[in-house]
Design a protein around this ligand. Structure first.
Ligand code: RB5
Length: 147
C-alpha cells in the first residue's frame, strides 16, 4: 500500500482530518504526525518532522497544512531534496506533478479555495511527471539548493 506522510499546525486541524480521511478512502496508508487539536505549535517544526519521516523512505509523497499553507511549505522547501507545492486550485495541483514533480503538497486551513481540497489532491495524485524539458528544469531547481 502506498504510504503518505501528513502533518499540520493548529491552523489546519480540520482540513488535515479531511485530507487524512480522503487519502485513506483512496487506499493510502497515512502516517499522521498531528496536531489533531488546536494546541499552538510552530509550523517549521511540523514541516521538519514530516520531511524527516519522508526521508526514512517508502513514502510516495507528503502533505503539509498550516493556516495559509505558506509557512509550512516555505519551511519544507528549505530542506534538501524537497519540492513542496502550494497549489491555488486543481489545475495548479496537477501541474505541480506534471511539470514540477513535487514530493510534497501544502494546503491552507484558513484559505477559501475555488476547488475542493479533495479534488486538488486527486488532481495531484492522478497525474504523472512528464519528464523531458521539465526534467531539466527540475534539475535546475535542485541545483539551486544551498546557494
Ligand atoms: C499560525 O497562526 C499561522 O501563522 C500558520 O498556521 C500559517 O498560516 C503560517 O504560514
Amino acid at each position: 500500500m502506498a504510504r503518505i506522510v501528513l502533518a499540520n499546525d493548529h491552523g489546519a486541524v480540520e482540513i488535515a482530518a479531511l485530507i487524512k480521511d480522503h487519502l485513506q478512502k483512496r487506499g493510502f496508508d497515512v502516517t499522521y504526525l498531528g496536531v489533531g487539536s488546536p494546541e499552538s505549535v510552530d509550523y517549521p517544526d511540523k514541516a521538519e518532522e514530516a520531511v524527516n519521516e519522508f526521508r526514512k523512505g517508502g513514502y510516495e509523497f507528503g502533505v503539509l497544512c498550516c493556516g495559509t499553507g505558506i509557512g509550512i511549505s516555505l519551511a519544507a522547501n528549505k530542506m534538501n531534496g524537497i519540492r513542496c507545492a502550494l497549489p491555488q486550485n486543481s489545475y495548479a495541483a496537477k501541474m505541480s506533478r506534471e511539470h514540477n514533480n513535487v514530493n510534497f503538497i501544502a494546503f491552507g486551513g484558513r484559505i477559501e479555495y475555488q476547488d475542493k481540497i479533495e479534488d486538488m489532491l486527486d488532481a495531484y495524485i492522478d497525474s504523472t511527471f512528464q519528464g523531458g524539458r521539465h526534467e531539466r528544469r527540475v534539475e535546475k531547481i535542485m541545483s539551486l539548493e544551498g546557494r
